[in-house]
Design a binder for this molecule. Structure first.
Ligand code: ADP
Ligand code: ADP
Length: 225
């Protein structure tokens, strides 16, 4: 795990300023949630941290390393999207192991990590199945497993539960919280859902029109007058 520091990050697309004056520092191991209306810049912030977008200006640090010019693959960041894109021809075990194989990690270690991740996410009994033999919730757990198996320093989640039905969303949210308590990976999580923000966040960042409106603990953000 590592701290994540954004210093005056701005991203423009041609004439559109997607985000500007974005500055915050997430301490090691904390779970921060980005909220705000559609188009306010949540995904752009996440993608910039992941290295899938390049900031137009500003500095981005992961740990003590300035990563502005470091490619996504070298950032030690894992991201999970709303539409869990599993490899359909691979089993659950192969999906979880995929990122590790790409990194040429020792097969024994890969095997251990797959078993541990599967246990953490209650996927033990599903390791030999293909994605199409799984429920939506199970598929999203595999996507989470594939991301955490790499043991990233930073974990980025872009509305990971929004395709699940209500019951599964509750269960998976609880599992995510437990997983974070167990692993302590610095996490940044985008959602529209106030319950998710309230239950998961150490701090909530409220965005509007590409700028930060407020940063605070859940009770402060959602306090009733
Ligand atoms: P959110 O995730 O909060 O819905 P986004 O970060 O996706 O918001 O988008 C922020 C703003 O940047 C929006 O106005 C969006 O239209 C614009 N934007 C995002 N990506 C691009 C892109 N690739 N090209 C042009 N405009 C973009
Ligand atoms: P990508 O295919 O993701 O664009 P590159 O081809 O630029 O990545 O880099 C290939 C690999 O080289 C990366 O996965 C990373 O391990 C390493 N690498 C590239 N640039 C850097 C850097 N500035 N610092 C550390 N490692 C780097």
């Amino acid at each position: 795990m590592a701290k994540v520091l954004l210093e005056d990050i701005k991203r423009r697309f041609n004439n559109v300023t997607a985000i500007e004056e974005i500055s915050f520092e997430i301490p090691d191991g904390e779970f921060w949630v980005l909220v705000g209306p559609s188009g306010c810049g949540k995904s752009t912030i996440l993608r910039t941290i992941a290295g899938l977008e390049t900031a137009t200006s500003g500095n981005l640090f992961i740990g003590d390393r300035l990563v502005n010019n470091i490619p996504a693959r070298a950032r030690d960041v894992a991201m999970v999207f709303q539409n869990y894109a599993l490899y359909p021809h691979m089993t659950v075990a192969e999906n979880i192991a995929f990122g590790l194989k790409m990194r040429k990690i020792n097969p024994k270690i890969i095997q251990e990590r797959v078993v541990n991740v599967a246990r953490s996410l209650s996927l033990d009994h599903l390791l030999d199945r293909k994605p199409k033999q799984l429920s939506g919730g199970q598929q999203q757990r595999v996507a989470l497993g594939r991301a955490i198996a790499r043991e990233p320093q930073v974990f980025l989640l872009d509305e990971p539960l929004s395709n699940l039905d209500a019951q599964l969303r509750d269960d998976t949210r609880a599992e995510l919280k437990q997983l974070h308590q167990q692993l302590g990976i610095t996490t940044i999580y985008v959602t529209h859902d106030q319950v998710e923000a309230m239950t998961l966040a150490d701090k909530i960042v409220v965005l509007s029109g590409g700028r930060i409106q407020q940063i605070g603990e859940p009770q402060a953000i959602y306090a009733r007058p």
